[in-house]
Design a protein around this ligand. Structure first.
Ligand code: AMP
Length: 368
């Protein structure tokens, strides 16, 4: 089978690398001729909404998927009429709009932060009066890795937040004083089989994922998160990997957002799980049996953002699995990651300490 992937970033690249052992082949569609996925598959250079290039992609593959969320939904709806396309377009459409997403979470009984839609400065004043401070103003669409967000601490911030983001549909969310951030990655195949990874604990720096570790052991929260994902699977008749990011507060999960795709917080599954999220996504969309999500140990993944150590430096540390995405370095760009798999949480945390030394000195703190 040949898989078409819309987008040729690192997620597409890791999908292809997971798919070759299964005999799968890959064609990417990406506007950039040197996107890092193109190093490991055929590629069509074109805009995501270019009908001709999409047609060309549909013509040469058996099934289509996407590796990021900002693909125009109309584009995908058209292409889905020609070739099987997973995850379903309606899941993507919901994830593209924070208001739709949170409304759906609420309808399904999935807890979210308090929120209000904001379309004017008056709305923002009203939202702040109603939900209080601190809070976060976010663009409903096209925000990721902390972009398109403004944190409000006092009423004086209202004007500045509006100046920074006003003019597009927004959402104001009450700030959740969470104790941790976790993510749940689950997968449902086109045959209806499901599997779930253990919860992953995540810390962020400047809104970008910094460090993930698994398993985050909490049976109650694991069960709750799996229940939430099952509701979403049912809602969308879902096929593929689905990720939901949660805040943990007072022993409860509060859903922040969902991503209908493989996820950065699941990169550790490549070495840390019997079957990686990438392989399971491919198995799911090809109608193959899903693989075990059992852990191979206590795992941590460190992202290299804006700076990547040399392979020589990274590989000097015993047990480090080093991933260089083959990208040009640029500030804020995800360039690679490293994973460690250890026998105990203590050994894992020790390995993380060493791994953090691979980062430039100013960025060596594992805090959010
Ligand atoms: P997002 O782009 O929505 O995933 O937000 C990026 C990061 O901002 C999250 O991982 C949290 O660390 C933080 N954040 C977003 N929304 C909230 C919220 N309502 N309360 C507290 N922190 C938040």
């Amino acid at each position: 089978m040949r898989i078409g992937i819309i987008g040729a970033g690192q997620l597409g690249r890791m999908l292809a690398l997971a798919g070759y052992p299964l005999g799968l082949r890959f064609t990417f569609l990406d506007p950039s001729a040197d996107a890092c996925g193109t190093q490991v598959g055929d590629s069509i250079v074109g805009a995501y909404d270019d009908p001709q290039q999409l047609q060309a992609l549909a013509n040469c593959v058996d099934v289509i998927s996407f590796e990021f969320e900002n693909v125009p939904v109309d584009t995908l709806t058209n292409i889905a009429k020609r070739k099987p396309l997973f995850p379903p377009v309606n899941a993507l459409a919901t994830s593209q709009d924070r208001l739709l997403e949170k409304n759906l979470f609420r309808t399904l009984g999935i807890a979210t932060p308090e929120f209000k839609a904001v379309d004017s400065l008056t709305d923002l004043h009203a939202a702040v009066s109603s939900l209080g401070l601190p809070g976060i103003l976010k663009t409903r669409r096209l925000g990721y890795d902390g972009r398109g967000q403004y944190r409000l601490r006092t009423v004086k911030d209202i004007e500045a937040a509006w100046q920074a983001l006003g003019g597009v549909p927004l959402i104001y969310e009450a700030f959740v004083p969470f104790t941790r951030e976790v993510s749940m990655i689950g997968v449902r195949s086109s045959k209806g089989e499901t599997a779930f990874y253990p919860l992953t604990e995540n810390t962020h720096q400047n809104g970008v994922l910094h460090l993930s570790s698994a398993p985050f052991k909490n049976t109650t929260l694991q069960t709750q998160a799996e229940r939430y994902l099952k509701k979403l699977f049912k809602q969308f008749n879902y096929v593929g990997v689905l990720t939901v990011e949660f805040f943990v507060l007072g022993g409860q999960l509060i859903a922040n957002e969902m991503a209908p795709r493989v996820h950065n917080s699941g990169h550790w599954t490549i070495e840390g799980s019997e079957t990686s999220q990438f392989e399971n996504h491919l198995r799911a969309i090809c109608g193959l049996p899903l693989g075990s999500t059992a852990l191979r140990g206590h795992v941590a993944m460190l992202n290299f953002v804006g700076h990547i150590p040399t392979s020589n430096a990274a590989l000097q540390q015993n047990g480090v699995h080093f991933h260089d995405y083959g990208k040009q370095a640029r500030a804020g760009r995800k360039l690679g990651h490293a994973t460690v798999v250890a026998g105990t949480p203590k050994a894992r945390d020790l390995a993380v300490k060493k791994m953090l030394k691979l980062l430039p000195k100013t960025k060596s703190k594992a805090t959010s």
